[in-house]
Write a protein that binds this ligand. Structure first.
Ligand code: SF4
Ligand code: SF4
Length: 429
């Protein structure tokens, strides 16, 4: 995957893993766990012991969506320390073998007959939050100058978007029409790895162009696609409002949106790449949302080692999984097992000023300096040299010969800056 340059003079070229392996289905687990970040149990309309159906919205309030991916009985409701701020609500459901569906979604025959806001509401109701940066309040709709549907992946070992694109490309025209209507973007770009151009359908709408992109990391990151192939800046919402002009939706979700709305069935299953361990070759699976990582690993013939690591969503941008009971969510693209001897340890040694991190940073940050400022809590200085522009690609830490935890330092600084900015409007730190 990683082609190191001659004597390390040039930065490494990190290729995305091959996505041509067959996709198997993981059988339903005994129980699923669903996570609802930052929500209290009072937002649930079901309690322990109640029956739920596949596709049922478990949220009490009409404008919220919390879909059950299985049919079964609620066994437990509890809270977990969240990955963001605060706690996540968690609910476990004992699974019945057969799905029985209950959903308010009606199949849509003609997307052009619905208003943009109605389409966005249906997309949200089907369990997708990809358009959450676009407000549903017409008075503050941001201008979307470009929509990108990306068949590239977010990490070198993920392949969800490429696999969905290869297997379901015939639905792309439908997806493009749906997303153009829902976002009101004047144009659409279909970003495709240059070795998969043969899968592009012939009948794309006239306002959709195709961009071939080298299958090299980090070309699939949304910020890079928005800059290189869109209108310049990825649209994101934070505490201070909405910024940017380009919406990027991964091909897996874009295709699933069209199919969900056509069939009137919410999104309950996704592609997950699983690999690593001593001998584990990566394999691809379709997994029901909520399935515990332990169940996926068992079915994939892998197991977590007590002194190893489980990494969710990739070696460059992923995070360590604190328990193998953690569930697959709608954004889980891959699960990577590291055996004890494969775990990478960061070191607490000073920067040797080699400049490798600066040379590889795709957004041209002075990463060595930024890392040192962030390490010593100088967050105002971090903001002044552009810490917020870091796109968390992980390349700086990957090349650092001193094994400095650069991404962790910079993430900490970004978090501190954001916290201060949201407390004080745009005031100083
Ligand atoms: S993680 Fe951030 S600072 Fe490091 S190379 Fe990527 S964009 Fe640059
Ligand atoms: S790569 Fe590591 S050692 Fe080299 S300048 Fe960057 S932080 Fe310092």
């Amino acid at each position: 995957m990683d082609l190191r340059s001659f004597f390390g003079i040039l930065p490494p070229r990190i290729l995305y893993r091959d996505a041509s392996s067959p996709v198997e289905s993981i059988p339903l687990p005994e129980k699923v766990t669903l996570l609802w970040p930052g929500k209290p149990a009072s937002f649930l309309k079901v309690g322990v012991g109640e029956e739920v159906k596949t596709g049922q919205n478990l949220a009490k309030k009409k404008d919220l969506v919390f879909i059950s991916p299985v049919s079964g009985q609620v066994e437990e409701v509890f809270t977990l320390p969240g990955l963001g701020r605060g706690e996540d609500l968690a609910i476990t459901i004992r699974v019945k073998e057969q799905d029985s569906y209950e959903t308010s979604l009606e199949p849509v025959e003609d997307f052009s007959k619905l208003k943009p806001m109605e389409l966005r509401e249906l997309i949200m109701e089907a369990g997708f939050d990809d358009l959450s940066s676009i407000s549903n309040v017409p008075a503050i709709w941001p201008q979307v100058d470009c929509l990108i549907i990306s068949a590239l992946d977010l990490d070198p070992i993920s392949c969800s978007n490429r696999q969905a694109f290869q297997m379901n490309a015939e639905h792309l025209t439908d997806s493009v029409q749906l997303l153009l209507s829902a976002t009101q973007a004047p144009r659409c770009v279909l970003a495709v790895p240059d070795d998969m151009m043969g899968h592009v359908p012939q009948n794309l709408p006239g306002d959709c162009t195709v961009a071939g992109v080298a299958n090299v990391y980090p070309n699939g990151l949304r910020e890079i696609l928005a800059k290189e192939h869109g209108a310049g800046r990825l649209m994101e919402s934070d505490g201070n409002g909405i910024r940017g002009n380009t919406v990027v939706v991964g091909a897996e979700h874009a295709l699933a949106m069209a199919v969900s709305l056509r069939q009137g069935r919410p999104f309950v299953e996704k592609f997950v790449a699983v690999g690593g361990g001593e001998n584990g070759q990566p394999k691809s699976f379709k997994v029901r949302i909520g399935t515990p990582v332990a169940h996926v690993l068992k079915e994939a013939g892998l197991s977590a080692s007590p002194k190893g690591k489980l990494i969710i969503n990739g070696i460059m941008r992923g995070y360590a999984c604190f328990s193998d009971q953690q569930p697959v969510t709608s954004s889980t693209d891959c699960i990577h097992v590291q055996a004890q001897g494969q775990v990478f340890f960061y070191q607490d040694i000073p920067c040797i000023n080699c400049g490798k991190c600066d040379a590889i940073c795709p957004v041209d940050l002075a990463v060595g300096l930024l890392g040192r400022m962030a390490e010593y809590g100088k967050f105002e200085e971090c903001r002044d040299i552009g810490a917020q522009n870091c796109i968390d690609c992980g390349l700086c830490a990957y090349v650092c010969p001193a094994k400095r935890p650069l991404v962790h330092f910079i993430s900490n600084a970004k978090h501190a800056i954001l916290l201060e900015e949201s407390k004080a409007g745009s005031g100083s730190i």
